[in-house]
Design a protein around this ligand. Structure first.
Ligand SMILES: O=c1ccn([C@H]2C[C@H](O)[C@@H](COP(=O)(O)OP(=O)(O)OP(=O)(O)O)O2)c(=O)[nH]1
Ligand SMILES: [Mg+2]
Length: 171
């Protein structure tokens, strides 16, 4: 059984940009296109405009995800993946791309599909401060506490995580 689609208002800021579309029934994401051509050197990043803005219903958010084909073929990633589009955001949806290929530049032409947008229901949350959290089987274990992999990066193994990055383990 398929559920009824969620209605999302969409404004085209570029009159020539095609409407976002789902390639197949059941696809989670619809592709976002860049309205500006760009070329990125290895390691370079930029913010690409998509020519669309949306109004999501209350209780929803949209997430800007990478496209796996671009990632596999060209090493293109989204710096903030997944980007979060808040229900109240009325500005142009933008895509923050980075060329992770160490050697080859990557070129985007106008209307190339650069990312995909996934609309999801999100819970409303209220925080209640407590002195102690209820116990759980995992407790404070994380960051590889269950083992099962042998990969290691010199930086992390030697403790060279930049000061100010997340990761203090308070309980
Ligand atoms: O990939 C993205 C991520 C965000 N946005 C837009 C929609 C989102 O609602 C707004 C703010 O995003 P976010 O909260 O991630 O950025 P911030 O740096 O926290 O900005 P702000 O202080 O405006 O919340 O920017 C995009 O267009 N593309
Ligand atoms: Mg924010």
């Amino acid at each position: 059984m398929t559920s009824a689609p969620v209605d999302v208002l969409l404004r085209r800021l570029d009159p020539e940009v095609p409407m976002p579309d789902f390639a197949h029934p059941g696809d989670a994401g619809c592709d976002l296109m860049t309205t500006e051509a760009a070329e990125l050197a290895p390691g370079e990043r930029t913010v690409l405009p998509t020519g669309v803005s949306i109004a999501l219903p209350d209780g929803y958010a949209a997430f800007v995800h990478p496209r796996s084909g671009l990632a596999a073929r060209c090493g293109v990633a989204l710096v903030n993946a997944p980007g979060t589009v808040d229900a109240g955001y009325r500005g142009e949806i933008k895509v923050i791309v980075v060329n992770l290929d160490p050697y080859a530049p990557v070129r985007f032409d106008r209307f190339d599909r650069v990312a995909q947008l996934v609309v999801q229901r999100v819970e409303k949350v209220r925080f209640h401060e407590v002195a102690q959290l209820p116990g759980s089987a995992r407790a404070t274990g994380g960051f590889g506490s269950t083992g099962g992999h042998s990969a290691s990066s010199t930086g992390v193994a030697d403790g060279f995580i930049a000061a100010g990055s997340a990761g203090s383990d308070q309980d």
